[in-house]
Write a protein that binds this ligand. Structure first.
Ligand code: 4AD
Ligand code: MG
Length: 466
């Protein structure tokens, strides 16, 4: 079969009048009185569907074509022509339409043509991929992933596949998912009465990773500029529109770079991605503009033109203290900025992305570099309007004595981090890095606010269906 993708037709890869075969699914069908049916067919390769004109001289016109409903799978062969209608550029004058699969009961088809809520579509995640919206989200997601790899390739960063299975909590705190092959109903015990993990698959306690950063640092301290991009797991009970138990994170690590270098770099990276999306995802963005966020183009373009705001945590606290606004959570030096504080700063006060730097050490992980004031660490959180924290990062503590002190203060066993500490014992260097939640980025770009709708199959508290 000489199959062509609809995306290739729209790239002007075929001569008008040539005979082509398109495979896809019916989006809609209407019949004219003059013995024609107009069938809109999509194959997901791009936003566009293609209009197929079926004439009643086709052998299966009355028995089959007139019974086509949304979702039926079809193979169409015919002449490619320019459409006279203004709705679409191309159409196919069908010579043959083969129906591969019917819809069992069109009246109860879960993703029928009517408008469905996003909450409902989550219950049919195996079929929501067929809707225009989910097609657009996943194509944009794919373009962003591609542009990120491209961006790092061009900027001489090496991709490191950091492990998903780990024995360490890279953040030093927070709940992790345990992995084990022990019989949960008959756990082996050691002499102290505790579970004997020496008998487990890896001979030690093992978990799904919360971050690849510590492993990534080992390669930054050898290849200078590295990144990792993969699934990350957090067993926190955070039932919000911004948290997933399984999400994708981009992590970047750069030797001989300080906090300021990664502020510049992360801002430049985001601007490159936004530009790529505006240049390459026009039809999908246009669809989102009509259906999700009428301001989508301006919202993204605005960020390309302006510098992100950069302020110290101390300054952010001062601003929040001085405004007349009833926050639910108290605000004082040392307070964790909650999402209401972050959103106030980005959405109401600055109306721009804001990078907050130099948080008190008590609020941040053990690996962040202690500042000379002995109170704050060289950290950064990049906040976006509508999203809150998109990126978290820091300069890393490269001084072994201070790192050990921080581990001790936080009640972490330094022996557990022995290989990470070795980086400080053998040719230590100044280095910095950050992590970005991939779904949060796509949520910002698309304007689809719940990240359960950004990842194809969301895993959240009490939900791992599909
Ligand atoms: O701020 P976080 O926890 O930082 C780290 O994990 C560092 N090790 C990163 C680094 O420096 N290499 O997470 C980084 C980002 C957050 O800013 C957020 O965008 C995203 O990951 N994130 C989540 N996204 C979806 N669901 C969750 N449960 C998330 N937790 C964090
Ligand atoms: Mg963070």
């Amino acid at each position: 079969m000489n199959k062509v993708l609809i995306s290739n037709i729209y790239k002007n890869n075929f001569e008008i009048n040539s005979i082509i075969t398109v495979c896809g699914w019916v989006r809609s069908r209407r019949t004219s009185k003059s013995g024609f049916s107009f069938i809109s067919v999509y194959d997901g390769s791009c936003f566009h569907s293609i209009q197929v004109i079926a004439n009643n001289v086709l052998s299966n016109y009355y028995e089959e074509i007139l019974n086509l409903t949304i979702g039926c799978s079809v193979v169409i062969t015919g002449n490619l022509t320019l459409s006279v209608g203004s709705q679409q550029k191309y159409e196919i004058k069908a010579k043959k339409i083969k129906i591969l699969g019917w819809i069992k009961n069109p009246d109860t088809y879960p993703v029928s043509a009517k408008k469905h809520s996003l909450e409902y579509l989550r219950e049919v995640a195996h079929l929501r991929s067929r809707t225009n919206l989910f097609g657009s989200i996943v194509r944009i997601r794919n373009s962003v992933l591609h542009s990120l790899h491209n961006f790092f390739y061009k900027n001489n960063y090496y991709w490191i596949p950091t492990p998903i299975i780990t024995g360490l909590n890279a953040e030093g705190a927070g709940e992790m998912f345990r992995i084990s092959t022990l019989d949960i109903n008959c756990l082996p015990k050691n002499n102290n009465g505790f579970v004997d993990f020496k008998k487990d698959f890896f001979g030690q306690e093992s978990f799904l990773t919360v971050s690849g950063q510590l492993n990534l640092e080992t390669y930054a301290c050898a290849l200078s500029q590295v990144y990792t991009l993969g699934p990350t797991f957090r067993a926190e009970n955070s039932n919000t529109s911004r948290h997933l138990s399984e999400f994708w994170m981009l992590e970047v690590e750069s030797a001989f770079s300080n906090l300021n270098d990664i502020l510049d770099f992360s801002e430049m990276m985001l601007k490159c991605i936004f530009q790529f999306v505006l240049d390459n995802c026009v039809s999908d963005i246009d669809f989102l503009k009509k259906n999700i966020d009428s301001n989508i183009f301006n919202r993204i373009e605005k960020l390309l033109l302006l510098d992100f705001i950069r302020i110290d945590y101390t300054e952010a606290i001062k601003i929040l203290k001085n405004i007349e606004y009833n926050f639910k959570n108290p605000i004082f030096f040392g307070a964790n900025l909650s999402s209401e504080h972050e959103r106030y700063l980005v959405e109401k006060y600055f109306k721009m992305p804001v990078i907050i730097t130099n948080y008190p050490k008590e609020l941040k992980a053990f690996y962040m570099r202690l500042n000379n004031d002995n109170e704050t660490v060289a950290s950064m959180d990049l906040l976006l309007p509508g999203i809150g924290e998109l990126i978290g990062g820091s300069q890393r503590e490269e001084r072994i004595l201070i790192l050990d002190k921080r581990l001790l203060e936080l009640g972490l066993k330094k022996e557990d981090y022995w290989w990470y500490r070795d980086l400080r014992n053998y040719g230590t260097v100044l280095h910095s890095g950050f992590g970005m939640g991939f779904e949060r980025l796509i949520s910002y770009i698309t304007g689809v606010s719940n990240i359960r709708d950004i990842i194809p199959f969301p895993r959240t508290v009490n939900s791992a269906k599909f």
